[in-house]
Write a protein that binds this ligand. Sequence first.
Ligand code: AMP
Length: 111
Amino acid sequence: MTIFDKIINREIPADIVYEDELSLAFRDINPQAPVHILLIPKQKILSLDHLKSEDQDLLGHLLLTAKRIANEEGLDNGYRIAINCGNDGGQSVDHLHIHILGGRSMTWPPG
Ligand code: AMP
């Protein structure tokens, strides 16, 4: 069980901004931008690399939901979507999550 399962189960608090039957979004505890939200599937999927072909609809739902949240947060000047995957990708929680970052100009390449 990860910290994100505990947030899904309401065992620890989080600043939840969106929820539906498939997903949950909450503000990152260590924000890297004025808006930094994590969107996760309620279904336990370890990482992007663990997605299966039958998860296609779920992934589409997550990306469309990320766009909807960015719109609702007023990120009209753009935003960044990031999915860190595995050790080299910088993933620190073993539950698939989409970072939604905005409210400042992003740099490239990422560190
Ligand atoms: P990653 O490094 O891509 O695995 O991202 C994990 C993110 O989870 C980091 O940005 C952390 O700041 C964030 N995080 C860890 N614990 C919590 C928590 N309890 N509530 C909100 N965000 C968290």
